[in-house]
Design a protein around this ligand. Structure first.
Ligand code: ATP
Length: 349
C-alpha cells in the first residue's frame, strides 16, 4: 500500500525571512504531485523539510497519518533524487546501487538479486561495472533513480532531476518516470520550475510563489481556470497576453481602439486586467485591427508579434496566409479572463 503525506501549516524562516508560508497540502497514496514555481520560491526547502534535512519553523509533517516532524531522515524512509545525481564517483554502478543495502546488513545474494532486478527495470544491466564519470547524464540519472528505488522507500522526492539533460533525453526520461510511477505505484513529489514537465507528469500541480501556494489542481484545471494572474502567466506557452482596457460609458478600449464584446460578458466593477492566450485569438476577418511587427515560425504554427496602440500582443495560428503588415482579429470571448488589478485574483464571470 503506498503512503500518504500531509503537510500542515508549514512555515520556514531563515534568519529574518520566511521562505515558506503556511503551506498546507494533502498528498494521497500513490499520487504524483508536481510542485512548480520560479527559482527561489522555496521548492527545495520544502523537499528538505519532507525528508527531514531541514526543520520547519512552524507546522507538521505527517506520513501515513503519523507525525514525523521530529523524526531523523533515516527513520522516515523517504528517498530524494537530485539534479546532480549525487553518486559516488569512484565506485562502480553496482556498488552505487548496493551500498545502502550492504550497510543495512542484507546478504550478498539478496543484494545481487535486487541489483539485477532494478538494473533490468531501468535498462542499465550493461553498465554495472562502469563508474559514474564514464556514463552519460541520462545513464547517471537512471543509476541515481535505481539507488533510490532499491531502498523501497515510502515516498520519492525529486528535485529537478532532469535539468542537466538535453531536451530529447528529458522527454524520454519523463516518459520513463511516468511508467516507473505506474509500475511502482509509489507516492511521488516532483519539484520543477519547468511548466511543461509539471503539466506532463503531475496528476496534481501545486503552484508556488515566494513560499506561498497560489493554486492546487489538475493540469487541466490550472490551465483552464488559473486562480490569479501569476498562475495564468506562468502556465502556458506562449504566455498569455494581458491588457488594462479603458472603459468609457460601458465601451471597452485597448490601445485607442474600441473592442466589441458579446452581451454575455459583464465588465468587472473593479479595476481589472484582461487576459487571453495567443491561441485563443481568431485571426480571420475580425473587428480588431493590429499592426504586425514580426513572425516567428514554430514548425506546426506561427507566432505573430503585433501591436495595438502601445500594447504588444502575440497570436498563435496555423493559418499560413498572412498579410505582412496588418491583421484583423477577434478574441474568443469564452477564453477571455478578467483579473483584479489590485491583487491579481481571477474575477469569475
Ligand atoms: P531553485 O529552483 O533555484 O533551486 P527553490 O525554489 O528550490 O529554488 P530554495 O532552494 O528552497 O528555492 O530557496 C528558497 C529561498 O531560501 C532562497 O531565497 C534561498 O536563498 C533561501 N535559502 C535556502 N536555504 C537557505 C539557508 N540554509 N539559509 C538561508 N537562506 C536559505
Amino acid at each position: 500500500m503506498p503512503s500518504s503525506l500531509k503537510l500542515e501549516k508549514i512555515s520556514k524562516r531563515f534568519e529574518i525571512e520566511y521562505v515558506l508560508k503556511d503551506f498546507n497540502l494533502d498528498i494521497a497514496e500513490g499520487e504524483f504531485v508536481a510542485i512548480l514555481g520560479p527559482s527561489g520560491c522555496g521548492k527545495t526547502t520544502l523537499l528538505r523539510i519532507i525528508c527531514g534535512l531541514e526543520e520547519p519553523t512552524i507546522g507538521k509533517v505527517f506520513l501515513d497519518n503519523h507525525d514525523i516532524t521530529n523524526d531523523e531522515p533515516k527513520e522516515r524512509n523517504i528517498a530524494l533524487v537530485f539534479q546532480n545525481y549525487a553518486l559516488y564517483p569512484h565506485k562502480s554502478v553496482y556498488d552505487n546501487l548496493s551500498l545502502n543495502l550492504k550497510f543495512s546488513g542484507f546478504s550478498k545474494d539478496v543484494i545481487q538479486t535486487k541489483v539485477n532486478f532494478i538494473a533490468k527495470m531501468l535498462n542499465i544491466e550493461g553498465l554495472l561495472d562502469r563508474r559514474p564519470k564514464s556514463l552519460s547524464g541520462g545513464e547517471n540519472q537512471r543509476v541515481a533513480l535505481g539507488r533510490a528505488i532499491i531502498r523501497n522507500p515510502k515516498i520519492f522526492l525529486f528535485d529537478e532531476p532532469l535539468s542537466n539533460l538535453d531536451a530529447d533525453l528529458r522527454i524520454k526520461m519523463r516518459e520513463e518516470l511516468r511508467s516507473l510511477h505506474k509500475e511502482l505505484n509509489t507516492t511521488m513529489v516532483y519539484v520543477t520550475h519547468d511548466q511543461i514537465e509539471a503539466m506532463s507528469l503531475g496528476q496534481k500541480i501545486v503552484i508556488l510563489k515566494s513560499g506561498v501556494i497560489q493554486q492546487v489542481g489538475t493540469p487541466e484545471s490550472i490551465y483552464n481556470e488559473p486562480a490569479n494572474r501569476f498562475v495564468a502567466e506562468f502556465i502556458g506557452y506562449p504566455k498569455m497576453n494581458f491588457f488594462s482596457p479603458q472603459i468609457q460609458d460601458g465601451k471597452m478600449f485597448i490601445g485607442g481602439q474600441m473592442i466589441n464584446y458579446p452581451s454575455t460578458i459583464s465588465i468587472p466593477k473593479v479595476d481589472f486586467q484582461l487576459g487571453i492566450r495567443p491561441r485563443d485569438i481568431h485571426i480571420l476577418d475580425g473587428s480588431i485591427s493590429l499592426e504586425i511587427n514580426s513572425f516567428d515560425y514554430q514548425g506546426n504554427s506561427w507566432l505573430i508579434n503585433c501591436s495595438i496602440g502601445d500594447h504588444k500582443i502575440i497570436l498563435q495560428t496555423t493559418h499560413s496566409e498572412h498579410d505582412q503588415e496588418n491583421i484583423n482579429i477577434d478574441f474568443d470571448w469564452d477564453k477571455v479572463f478578467f483579473f483584479d488589478k489590485n491583487d491579481g485574483t481571477l474575477i469569475k464571470q
